[in-house]
Design a protein around this ligand. Structure first.
Ligand code: ADP
Ligand code: MG
Length: 724
């Protein structure tokens, strides 16, 4: 709809005069209250105590709160902050913040800056308007935020001011979790408890005070022109295009992936990276992704709690930076039909607090018993609870992606790669004897070096892949808050580590001698491998053949959110979360209620957006075109020329308009249909409303293909995806 003369027209006019973006190493984390900043500003013993909590997971000493608060306040004021906030992750999936001013009247006509230890430790936001799944009613408003000292406080700046943000947990007056951080922290503690037993079994617990999970999330996203975004109500309201005919070119040329990054996009990336750098979020990689206008950014991994907070900050920075470059950042899982959607590869591992990665196979993997124990525990967990993992990434948006256009299917399986698969084969028979080696590649030209080859290939189709020294859970959606999938993942791992530790201890005791160790390990692992290897699959996960095979193996295939979410309420699931102290039954049920409600509301909003778009923009454009054609026929006839082709065209158009009208009516009917029980309502939406919306989209897209450009009021796919 917009006439674009050249890409130059939409470039930032100031860009050429902008100095080169440089990153100064000393700026890393300069807007976070950690490391050097803390060291300089806190008395030595307070710094030491805080470090014990941050690094070693020791309980927080509340006596230090006043000193920390005062130092934080001075630091924040020096950086232009006027306000502070307890920053948390309610069940909405976004972050929440309520700002309080540092300044209070001093009673003598002036004001003083104040921030007490108790204000740092505890906040009291009204909990009644956040989703609580029935835990809190509107008349029961009290909720608390509690300082998470392990995640550094940071300063968020805008052009007009700055705010000190303090990462917190959010719980109700009853002590029940109303957020995503609390259960995540509980799940990490559960992993630690049982992983420590395994380290003890192998005598490798010396100096280790806790085990943590580590996390690095590759974030995929789209960037389009801000003006197109503003002109598409569906993008503004739903973050995805509900209609839109395919552009003549999609991603079939494979020319965007890893291609040279458009200049304006690079300018944007530099700005995002600089801001994140100051916030202590270490961005490691950037590149063009597969779909046109799609990109990716990945930070260096960190302890999962901090990484999760940083992930939320990262999405915030990505979204808020884009308009400065005339761009809009789309984090939705499927902003455009017919091309790849966006995911968030959840790279996950387990590590000691002394920095030993427990999923590092090392050289002679077959003899690395401790690694094999952790590996098999993961395999067992994923097999036993594939349904929960699937449910942990379920959302209306991810439904469009899973199983479509190069996204993993909704069947959860594990890719182990050649070297590990071979060792698992050996394990099934007893003690493994050898490790396959990758060797080296001779490139056939003497000026090129021989390069070492990995012992296994990569597999991009697997939803849960071992990638060298970590697992990559690839089915997570791009807009998701990663705390929830990681909570589920950690909980099922904790259960499995508990099981394995118990079996090992039964056979050989808690701290056995090497000979007994070996016997116990090989016999326990042998059983685990034979029982759970059905979850392993190294082939093409996109192939229909695999879907049949998976069904034969009895692996769950939960195709939609409506099917997947209720699984979280199963007896098996309630018992699991309760046993490991992650969520009690009320907390878990509340969470599922919120997830289902969110699905229903999202789809309701999409359906209403779709019908209003169709009625207010598409239908009027089609009718204007109908008038034009009719007038052409009349005028042509008046000139005594017959116009049979135009008559046919007009008749076809009228038929297409009728189809669209019928389709709109069907969507409206399905949308207004109310089912009292939310789970059934969600199923109804998936079975009836979603297909009706797809049909309406088809009718609209067919019209888009024939209606003249000057009558079409919306930016098209060709414009949104190819104007850079
Ligand atoms: P690829 O696209 O090949 O998977 P990237 O370099 O884009 O690789 O991303 C890999 C991600 O995995 C990064 O965010 C990285 O920090 C993270 N990662 C690496 N090692 C670990 C680990 N031990 N635990 C968690 N995440 C890790
Ligand atoms: Mg990856």
């Amino acid at each position: 709809m917009t006439i674009i003369r050249s890409n130059r027209d939409i470039l930032d006019p100031h860009m050429d005069s902008t100095p080169l973006a440089t990153i100064d190493a000393s700026n890393f984390g300069s807007l976070t209250f950690t490391g050097d900043v803390m060291l300089k500003r806190l008395p030595a013993e307070v710094f030491e105590k805080l470090q014990q909590t941050m690094r070693r997971g020791l309980p927080l000493d509340p006596a230090i709160a006043n000193t920390v608060a005062s130092a934080m306040k001075d630091w924040a004021l020096e950086h232009g902050c006027t306000h502070y906030c307890h920053w948390f992750q309610p069940l909405t999936g976004a972050t929440a913040e309520k700002h309080d001013a540092f300044f209070v009247p001093d009673g003598e006509g002036g004001a003083i800056a104040k921030f007490s230890g108790s204000a740092l430790i505890r906040g009291e936001p009204d909990a009644s308007s956040f989703p609580s799944g029935g835990i809190r009613d509107t008349y029961e408003a009290r909720g608390y935020t509690a300082w998470d000292a392990t995640s550094p406080a940071f300063i968020l700046r805008t052009n007009s001011g700055a705010t000190l943000c303090i990462p917190t947990a959010f719980v109700s007056w009853t002590g029940e979790a109303l957020d995503k951080k609390t259960p995540l922290l509980r799940s990490i503690a559960a992993v630690s408890k049982h992983a420590m037993r395994i380290l003890k079994f192998f005598g490798s617990d010396k100096g280790v005070s806790q085990v943590i999970t580590t996390l690095g999330c590759e974030q995929e996203y789209f960037l389009i022109n801000d003006e197109f975004y503003r002109e598409r109500p569906d993008l503004r309201i739903c973050e995805r295009t509900l209609i839109g005919a395919h552009a003549p070119k999609g991603q079939q040329m494979h020319d965007h992936y890893f291609g040279s990054i458009p200049e304006r996009v690079q300018a944007y990336m530099h700005a995002v990276e600089r801001r994140l750098f100051e916030l202590g979020v270490p961005v490691a990689t950037r590149h063009n992704e597969v779909a046109p206008a799609q990109y990716e950014l990945a930070p260096t991994f960190e302890n999962a709690n901090v990484a999760t907070d940083h992930q939320m900050v990262m999405m915030h920075v990505m979204e808020t930076c884009a308009p400065h470059f005339g761009l809009r950042c789309l984090l939705h899982e499927k902003p455009f039909a017919g091309i790849n959607g966006s995911g968030k590869h959840n790279n996950w591992s387990i590590s000691t607090d002394t920095g030993v990665n427990l999923l590092d196979p090392q050289e002679e993997t077959h003899s690395n018993m401790q690694f094999l124990v952790f590996l098999c525990a993961v395999m067992r967990a994923v097999d036993l609870h594939a349904d929960l993992l699937r449910a942990s990434i379920a959302s209306a948006a991810n439904d469009h992606r899973l199983g479509a256009n190069e996204a993993p299917p909704a069947i959860i399986s594990i890719f182990m790669g050649e070297m590990l698969s071979d060792i698992l084969d050996q394990l099934e028979k007893g003690e493994p004897k050898s490790t396959k080696k990758g060797g080296s590649l001779d490139l056939g030209s003497h000026i090129l070096p021989n390069i070492p080859r990995h012992s296994g290939d990569r597999n991009r189709t697997s939803p849960f892949a071992f990638t060298g020294n970590k697992f990559e859970f690839r089915a997570v959606g791009s807009s998701a808050a990663v705390s929830w999938p990681n909570t589920v993942l950690n909980t099922i791992i904790a259960e499995s580590l508990d099981f394995v530790a118990t079996e090992l201890e039964k056979k050989a005791g808690a701290r056995p001698a090497p000979a007994q160790q070996q016997e116990a390990v090989w016999s326990v692992l042998k059983q685990i491998v034979s029982k759970h290897r059905r979850v392993l699959f190294d082939g093409d996960n996109y192939a229909p053949k695999w879907h049949k095979e998976a069904e034969k193996r009895g692996l769950p295939h939960l195709r939609s959110t409506a099917e997947a979410l209720p699984i979280l309420r199963s007896k098996k699931s309630l018992e699991l979360f309760e046993k490991y102290g992650v969520l009690n039954n009320r907390e878990l049920n509340a969470r599922v209620d919120v997830l289902i409600e969110t699905y229903i509301k999202t789809m309701g909003i999409e359906a209403r957006m779709l019908t209003s778009l169709l009625k207010q923009q598409i239908l009027p454009a089609a009718l204007r075109y109908q008038t034009q054609l009719a007038e052409t026929v009349v005028a042509t006839k008046a000139a005594r020329v017959s116009a049979p082709d135009t008559v046919i065209q007009l008749k076809k158009l009228v038929k297409m308009i009728t189809d669209l009208r019928k389709a709109i009516a069907a969507v409206e009917q399905a949308e207004s249909h109310h089912v009292a029980e939310p789970e059934k309502h969600a199923k109804f939406i998936h079975q009836k409303l979603v297909p009706a919306m797809e049909k309406a989209r088809k009718a609209s897209d067919a019209l888009e293909a024939v209606i003249p450009d000057d009558l079409w009021t919306l930016p098209t796919y060709a414009e949104m995806l190819f104007v850079r």
